[in-house]
Design a protein around this ligand. Structure first.
Ligand SMILES: O=c1ccn([C@@H]2O[C@H](COP(=O)(O)O)[C@@H](O)[C@H]2O)c(=O)[nH]1
Length: 274
């Protein structure tokens, strides 16, 4: 999916919501455990009930790889089930020496090799350019680079001063030499609302993937007010607050209500801040 196509989806849906598929076998409703593939059955019903209100899905790979081959199978079926109109994110936080990164890229982008065909993958920038560029060798695929993550430990390294700027600012500046806004996004946590203006000054055009709304307490209006650009430029993720809104037989209906409420709020901010 291209930058323009993503913006078109956002404009049509009046939503910049990304639903996080952090599907935990220990948290899904008991009645699904009787099915052949409870993880896929859960995801399928979540996707059916939320697709009208979001533009993206982000399976967090840890939840699937923790289950071994069965988990990878559920992941593959899930990615295939997501409508093509929705931007898919493998939240895998990969990155290694060049030849290894190339294989990670094949694992998530090359369907003929791995069975997976994500639009994008989250990548850690710590190992530098040669750890990131192999992902960009896959035409049309996106890298979403960790910049300022939502967790409390983000300040341990990401805010360290390096030659007058924080490390995350250096990540934002240097990585623009590797790819432009058409191929690269950045992770910026919703838990850092006061950093968005400074970040926008460095990356005015890029999309930001913003986790941390919902269970982590980030404020959607602040993120939207300070983070939006002329193409919206935001994909705001919520995982647990949507997919675990209920653990009963009504889980899909409750997830729909949560996703719809976020979409309705986003529609207001698109009018107000775009
Ligand atoms: O900085 C980051 C990067 C990734 N995440 C991931 O996003 C979701 C958030 O889930 P919630 O349930 O909405 O809190 C999860 O997959 C994280 O691993 C993040 O939270 N922060």
């Amino acid at each position: 999916m291209t930058y323009q196509e993503l913006f078109q989806q956002i404009s049509t849906k009046r939503s910049y919501l990304c639903v996080g598929l952090d599907t935990d076998i220990q948290k899904i409703p008991a009645h699904l455990l009787k099915t052949d593939d409870p993880i896929f059955e859960f995801n399928k019903q979540i996707i059916d009930s939320t697709a009208d209100y979001c533009v993206s899905y982000k399976p967090n790979i840890a939840f699937y790889e923790a289950l071994g081959p069965k988990g990878w199978e559920s992941l593959q079926k899930t990615v295939e089930y997501i409508p093509k109109s929705h931007f898919t994110i493998a939240d895998a936080k990969r990155g290694d020496i060049g030849n290894t990164s190339g294989l990670y890229a094949r694992a998530f982008f090359d369907k003929s090799s791995s069975g997976l065909d994500f639009d994008s993958i989250t990548v850690a920038p710590y190992m530098g350019s040669d750890s990131v560029t192999p992902f960009l060798a896959f035409e049309g695929k996106w890298v979403i680079l960790l910049a300022l993550t939502s967790n409390p430990g983000s300040s341990d390294f990401q805010r360290l001063n390096v030659e007058g700027n924080t490390l995350f600012e250096n990540v934002l500046r240097t990585s623009q030499e590797w790819a432009g806004a058409e191929r690269m996004m950045y992770v910026v946590g919703a838990t850092h609302p006061s950093d968005f203006q400074k970040i926008r000054a460095i990356v005015p055009d890029h999309f930001l993937l913003v986790p941390g709304v919902g269970a982590q307490g980030g404020n959607l209006e602040e993120v939207s007010k300070f983070g939006m650009n002329k193409s919206c430029g935001l994909l705001v993720n919520a995982s647990r607050s949507i997919i675990y809104a209920s653990n009963g037989t009504d889980f899909a209906e409750k997830a729909k209500q949560e996703a719809q409420a976020l979409q309705q709020e986003m529609a207001i901010y698109l009018d107000k801040y775009l």
